[in-house]
Design a protein around this ligand. Structure first.
Ligand code: CDP
Length: 209
């Protein structure tokens, strides 16, 4: 059983994915962390993000056992991840791991940008989570302040708009809803309400859960 969750930056995919996974006893992978970790390797080495070969090499040799490192979740890493994630060899290098993760029993929840379209096109349920850029920026602002990052709202909104633009318009695996995905707009839903709405969609789409 695979639940694929896609959507733009800070749409709440990660929180939702984790709650659905916990509810069903499934494994959860926030695939954005893979791209953030690849970007982190380059930043640590002082290698420019424009170095495609270095990014591909970092993706091929990525150590996936440190995806819970708190520094990966910062704003700088999200922006850097969006740059290197546009490189096809980086995406190719991360594909097998994601597919293998998705094949776990009794099931897995994966969230990202291309899960329903490319990573798991045969997923049992595909959700596309959206919210207005302003609401997503508001949520990300609260999250970053809680993490102790001293950031303003406006730059976060510009970052979200820039990343959406880049993620939607790149040639490789652009952010878009799969034809058979169900869109859930969470602009007016808090985390609990989004979870219950998503759960209802999953139970309707895959009654065997
Ligand atoms: O949490 P947030 O939505 O801000 O970002 P994320 O899901 O951690 O993803 C960071 C960046 O990685 C995105 O802006 C995408 O460019 C890229 N990404 C991707 O290309 N494909 C995925 N499956 C997941 C993330």
């Amino acid at each position: 059983m695979i639940i694929a969750i896609d959507g733009p930056a800070a749409s709440g995919k990660g929180t939702l994915g984790k709650r659905l996974a916990d509810h069903f006893g499934f494994a959860h992978l926030d695939t954005g962390l893979l791209y953030r970790a690849v970007a982190g390797v380059l930043l640590d080495r002082g290698t420019p993000l424009t170095d495609r070969d270095a990014a591909a090499e970092a993706a091929e040799n990525l150590d996936v056992s440190h995806l819970d490192a708190p520094n990966l979740r910062g704003a700088e890493m999200g922006e850097a991840a969006s740059v290197i994630s546009a490189y096809q060899p980086v995406r190719d290098a991360l594909l097998a791991f994601q597919r293998q993760f998705g094949s776990q029993e009794p099931g897995a929840v994966l969230d990202g940008r291309d899960i329903g379209t490319i990573v798991c096109p045969d997923a049992d349920v595909k959700l596309f989570i959206t919210a207005t850029p302003e609401e997503r920026a508001r949520r990300r602002h609260v999250e970053l302040l809680r993490r102790g990052e001293n950031v303003e709202y406006e730059p976060i909104l510009s970052d979200i708009r820039r990343r959406d633009e880049r993620d939607m318009n790149r040639a490789t695996a652009p952010l878009k809803a799969a034809a058979d995905a169900i869109t859930l707009d969470t602009t007016h839903l808090d985390a609990d309400a989004a979870f219950w709405a998503a759960l209802a969609i999953v139970e309707k789409s895959a009654p065997k859960t």
